[in-house]
Design a protein around this ligand. Structure first.
Ligand SMILES: NC(=O)c1ccc[n+]([C@@H]2O[C@H](COP(=O)([O-])OP(=O)(O)OC[C@H]3O[C@@H](n4cnc5c(N)ncnc54)[C@H](OP(=O)(O)O)[C@@H]3O)[C@@H](O)[C@H]2O)c1
Length: 281
């Protein structure tokens, strides 16, 4: 348990919902292991309150933040500066105070890249289907484009949002990008050539819902990765497992992005083993 004193520096995750977050357990274990005088708390901030919350963060001298659903894009104009990756991705999940100024970073992209690499996925020349076009889908798309993907299909309930993301990916060169509605994942010709299918929607956060995919039409080696995570396989991954496909849940990405954020706030290398153990407990 971290001892909270007058000198203790505050880091918070802002989101809505945020109660399910495992980030407090992970970061507080890491602060304690390295004897750093920090504490990490989860704060529920409704979309209409984000601007006032960031004003509060400035006034209260928070050392850093994580930003999660649904604020990753909305927070951009409220910050003083963006690191290059965050600017290109158009989404922020980590904020650090530097000389009183709030600087936005994106560690989701590199966290995702490391997590799927650990599962043996190499992007060069491959085809991926992204379900979702929100803040985390932006990070995933950016990471995969940087890996030399051949083809990317972005499917989203709001197709205009998928098209906007596709335009941004194309602006940096890289893969052929196609867009469509979320239910196009039920079409064999959409998913038939996919090496990777990633759920970047918030479907599954409730433990019940899932985007629907024509799993039988995907190649046997296709990897199903869900950004959502939980104690048990998510509904999206349960369907993929029933179809005999390889799966990975968002815990790997959560751990990797957290390690990178920890380093940004503290300048210290994150104790990933301690953080992994805290995630599992
Ligand atoms: N494992 C990790 O480290 C990690 C990191 C980042 C995010 N995540 C998870 O990834 C998920 C998305 O996060 P985000 O930051 O990208 O959120 P976001 O910016 O709010 O985007 C939400 C996405 O989900 C879609 N969506 C929401 N409700 C839906 C519904 N009822 N039916 C169909 N689509 C729906 C949205 O589609 P529309 O555009 O049509 O609204 C949008 O594509 C969350 O579950 C989050 O917890 C995990």
């Amino acid at each position: 348990m971290n001892r909270i004193r007058g000198t203790t520096r505050l880091v918070a995750i802002l989101g809505d919902p945020v109660e399910h977050s495992r980030s407090p357990a992970m970061h507080n274990a890491a602060f304690a292991a390295l004897r750093l005088d920090y504490v990490y708390v989860a704060l529920r901030v409704r979309p209409d309150d984000l601007r006032r919350a960031i004003t509060g963060v400035r006034a209260l001298g928070f050392a850093g933040l994580n930003v999660t659903v649904p604020h990753k894009q909305a927070v951009l104009p409220l910050l003083d500066r963006l690191a290059p990756a965050a600017r290109e991705i158009g989404a922020v999940n980590t904020v650090v105070r530097e000389n009183g100024r709030l600087v936005g970073h994106n560690t989701d992209a590199e966290g995702f890249r490391r997590a799927v690499r650990a599962l043996g996925f190499r992007g060069r020349g491959r085809a991926a289907v992204l379900l979702g076009a929100g803040g985390s889908a932006r990070a995933v798309a950016w990471a995969l484009a940087g890996e030399g993907l051949r083809r990317m299909t972005i499917l989203n309930r709001d197709v205009a949002r998928a098209s906007a993301l596709a335009r941004d990916v194309r602006a940096h060169g890289g893969p052929v990008v196609e867009v469509g509605p979320l239910d196009a994942a039920m079409a064999a010709d959409t998913v038939g050539g996919a090496d990777l299918i990633v759920n970047c929607t918030s479907l599954g956060l409730d433990g019940k819902s899932s985007p629907r995919v024509a799993i039988a039409a995907t190649p046997d080696h296709c990897l199903f990765y869900d950004l959502v995570y939980g104690a048990r396989p998510t509904p999206f991954l349960r369907s993929a497992l029933r179809g005999g496909r390889r799966t990975g849940d968002g815990l790997g990405m959560l751990l990797e992005q957290a390690g990178l954020a920890f380093h940004i706030w503290t300048g210290r290398r994150a104790p990933l083993d301690v953080m992994r153990a805290a995630l599992r407990s």
